[in-house]
Write a protein that binds this ligand. Structure first.
Ligand SMILES: Nc1nc2c(c(=O)[nH]1)N[C@H]1C(S)=C(S)[C@@H](COP(=O)(O)O)O[C@H]1N2
Ligand SMILES: [Mo]
Length: 431
């Protein structure tokens, strides 16, 4: 791409401020009645020059639209193939093309810390307490977990509730995640359900509360960075693990070593790292980041920028249907024919269909879609795509789940920037 980073930034700002005006001024595009853009010859030439090629389906491009290859976020600091968004606490995501593996390698698993991770953890003496409304309080070492419960290995998808926040307009405060706060590694551990059954869940229990050993950014030992929980019905599902291995090795320190919860399908904030205690409660948990507006969305559709009262927010439960194109990379060169592939997932549901468009959503081709390797794992898909002539194309992917929910084209705005499951667009120069 001939475009330098400053120009990319300006273009983004220009389009963000006034998409239609930017489109008209920058590219000479005017809207047709169907909201598709009509690119005048000079505009077409400008866009083509910036992309280094022509755009065969330019008549289908929606108005107010930056080609995805130009809109790519600036990569801040590369770190094991991750993009660092914040260093205190550490937050880093994985560019989509580095998530191409069916099982995410540990060095490509995103990191989302709310506080300061514990140091010098000793797996041999680490204990997990199960208490609250239980028949028998348990104190378990990792050796106890291995000895007393069935040890299972499962591929499980974790996605931060704020993944995609970077594309909200007006913007939402917080880490500006783009696409890569999602991963599906292989986790080994014991089922949360089996451990809770052993403790004996009392009949008044409605919610869990999870506690970890990380410390609050302020350094105040009486404050917790985050403590979330799930309804007891969710906690008793088969695919939630108390995990001590990640991809066949001890957990990575940033991903919760030596012990963590893995809760697929729900905001990964429920998947407590550096896990020390699970409490069973007779009321909804009220720990840090459970209350207020954290990990909550309005109980109704709201207009972009609309102010919503705290009491109108509800706790996010399952994550919505979503997919990612992991090959080719956005901005790549391609031959006239290519395999396009990626992953798709939908919290507590299966994905039933993934479709690909190369003509800005006018026609769709169905991809080959694998079943999940186990419940809670993302599904891999691939399609062979043939381009009719050389030029600039966008590959769009959209998944539909077993309930018929399909990924939208535009963001359903919410004040905290959660649950962005819009279609992933990848720009390609084909020749
Ligand atoms: N103890 C603890 N657990 C935590 C967090 C944290 O800050 N502290 N962050 C949560 C959030 S918001 C997410 S998205 C996931 C991220 O898991 P990862 O860092 O292994 O990718 O961990 C969750 N568990
Ligand atoms: Mo998160």
């Amino acid at each position: 791409m001939a475009l330098d980073d400053d120009k990319k930034q300006n273009l983004r700002e220009f389009f963000a401020a006034s998409p239609e005006e930017a489109d008209r001024k920058f590219f000479g595009r005017v809207a047709n009645p169907d909201r598709r853009g009509f690119l005048r010859k000079t505009g077409l030439a400008t866009m083509g020059a910036m992309l280094g090629t022509s755009i065969p389906f330019h008549r289908n491009m929606p108005i107010g639209f930056v080609p995805a290859a130009m809109a790519q976020e600036n990569v801040l600091i590369g770190k094991d193939g991750l993009t660092l968004l914040n260093d205190r606490p550490v937050n880093a995501e994985t560019p989509p093309e580095n998530l191409d593996d069916a099982i995410t390698p540990t060095n490509r698993h995103f990191i989302r810390n709310n506080g300061i991770p514990p140091e010098d953890v000793d797996p041999a003496t680490w204990t997990l307490t199960i208490d609250g409304f239980v028949d028998t309080q348990l104190e378990l070492t990792i050796a106890d977990l291995r000895a007393q419960f069935e040890v299972v290995t499962m591929a499980l998808t974790l996605e931060c509730g704020g993944n995609g926040r970077g594309y909200f307009d007006p913007p939402a405060k917080g880490n500006q995640w783009t696409y890569g706060a999602v991963a599906c590694s292989e986790w080994t551990g014991v089922r949360l359900k089996n451990v809770l059954e052993k403790a004996g869940v009392q009949s008044n229990v409605i919610y869990t509360a999870h506690y970890g050993a990380d410390t609050h950014l302020s350094g105040d030992p009486d404050k917790l960075p985050i403590s979330r929980g799930v309804p007891i019905s969710k906690a008793m599902t088969d695919n939630i693990l108390i995990a001590f291995e990640m991809n066949g090795a001890p957990l990575h320190p940033m991903n919760g070593a030596p012990l963590r919860l893995v809760v697929p399908g729900w905001p990964a904030s429920t998947a407590q790292k550096w896990l020390t205690r699970i409490e069973l409660r007779d009321q909804v948990h009220d720990g840090p980041k459970m209350t207020g507006k954290a990990y909550r969305v309005p109980n109704r559709k709201v207009a972009p920028g609309e102010k919503v009262e705290t009491e109108d927010f509800v706790i996010i439960e399952r994550m919505p249907v979503k997919s990612l194109v992991t090959f080719p990379a956005n901005g790549a060169d391609s031959g006239m024919e290519t395999e396009v592939r990626g992953h798709a997932w939908s919290g507590d549901r299966d994905v039933s269909k993934v479709e690909i468009s190369i003509d800005f959503g006018t026609s769709w081709q169905t991809a080959e879609l694998d079943a999940p390797v186990n419940s809670g794992a993302w599904q891999n898909w691939r399609a062979n795509v043939v381009f009719p002539q050389s030029g600039y194309y966008e590959v769009w992917a959209r998944a539909t789940d077993s309930n018929g929910d399909m990924q939208p084209f535009a963001i359903d705005w919410n004040p905290k920037g959660y649950l962005n499951n819009t279609m992933h667009r990848v720009g390609l120069r084909v020749s």
